[in-house]
Design a protein around this ligand. Structure first.
Ligand code: CA
Length: 377
């Protein structure tokens, strides 16, 4: 029997078109279709366990991981057969990184800021307070030197990372009382994990870390006074509007949360060039579709929150945003000092952000402000 690797790398023997013709492995347009790898001729499928940090089938996040897995299986004609495990099914959410690092699973889909305990450099590849938007972080990661630094950081843990999704802008969150001044923030218990939570602590609030499934009850019982989660689409699904009337914008803490895939580095190095290309393309596809999906469903969710559930939208006062910005600067600079690679990540990120602020100031930002003022269809 021809070795599977020779089969896949030897384009003359069986190229991508040949694979499609030889297999009854579904149709590119049918995302979500079941792939029966047993139908794929003589190829022995390589089994890939994908562990994730998301609840099973959770809209946008869990489905993004499922979609990434389906594309890999589909595009490889079943030669790479990916099975997805929701948080807790194989390992708990926050242990996905170690599971892939030590080879217990071949890949994870998650948010890099969950690995902050490994290195303070990881949050820069998801989102940091007052940081990059979705398009800015994609620009930095893909073309501005971000991916090379991410590779270097992750390789220390035997992992190869890729972008594989983005939620777009996350809103400020839900508050039981109006915030009219910085003084109103003092003493509030607010669910916000990560560096954003640390920033809240420095302006007098008290941050609480709760997993998604724990938030509603904490809000209902009064254990917390406010919470962030994602945005209108996901927040509506959890029903936070029933317990907290005011929905605040903008979000400072996750202006464009990028999700990622990490592969065991030994596993990655053992893949053929074709298989590596398939994994890379599937991750890009997931990123593209997630941004489109969040953009579409967030606008619909916001409309429903306002017009059906009478949610009160509020803008954070300038005084609050200025205090949060000042504290964010301190938190990010302190993170940068933690080790050499985090300092280099911070410097690359900061330089890219400084350039993009000037560019977006006269492009997207300026155009959208004018469009909103002078035009409608
Ligand atoms: Ca969030």
């Amino acid at each position: 029997m021809i070795k599977r690797r020779q089969l896949l790398t030897g384009g003359a023997a069986l190229g991508a078109a040949g694979l499609t013709a030889a297999c009854d492995c579904g149709d590119y347009s049918k995302v979500g279709s079941q792939i029966n790898s047993a139908k794929c001729g003589d190829i022995t499928p390589r089994e890939i366990k994908m562990v994730t940090t998301w609840p099973k089938d959770f809209p946008g996040l869990g489905t993004m991981a499922e979609r990434t897995a389906e594309f890999i299986t589909l595009m490889s004609g079943g030669a790479l057969n990916v099975t997805v495990y929701a948080a807790g099914e194989l390992v708990p959410a926050l242990e996905c990184f170690d599971a892939v690092s030590n080879g217990a699973a071949e890949m994870y889909h998650g948010a890099e800021y969950y690995w902050v305990g490994k290195s303070a450099g990881f949050p820069f590849f998801t989102s940091v307070p007052f940081g990059m938007t979705a398009s800015e972080i994609m620009a930095w990661t893909e073309f501005g030197g971000g991916q090379q630094l991410w590779d270097e950081l992750s390789a220390k843990f035997n992992i190869k990372p890729f972008i594989a999704g983005n939620t777009g802008h996350q809103l400020g969150g839900w508050y039981k009382k109006e915030i009219n001044s910085l003084e109103d923030m003092r003493g509030l218990k607010i669910r916000m994990p990560g560096l954003g939570g640390e920033v809240l602590n420095r302006v007098g609030a008290s941050s609480v870390t709760l997993s998604g499934g724990e938030i509603y009850q904490a809000l209902q019982s009064g254990a917390i006074d406010g919470t962030e989660w994602v945005g209108p689409w996901n927040d509506l699904a959890f029903g936070f509007y029933r317990e907290a009337k005011y929905y605040y914008w903008p979000g400072f803490h996750e202006p464009g949360a990028q999700l990622g895939v990490g592969l065991n580095l030994d596993f990655w190095n053992d893949l053929s060039a074709q298989e590596q290309g398939i994994v890379r393309a599937a991750c890009h596809q997931a990123n593209h579709l997630s941004l489109a999906e969040y953009g579409h469903f967030n606008s619909i969710g916001l409309d429903e929150l306002i017009n059906k559930h009478n949610v009160e939208l509020r803008q954070f006062p300038d005084e609050v945003m200025e205090a949060l910005a000042s504290a964010s600067k301190d938190v990010l600079r302190e993170a940068a000092e933690s080790d050499d690679i985090t300092r280099r990540i911070f410097e690359s990120y900061s330089a890219s952000l400084a350039r993009s602020q000037i560019w977006s100031g006269i492009s997207d930002e300026a155009y959208m402000a004018v469009r909103r003022r002078v035009f409608s269809l």
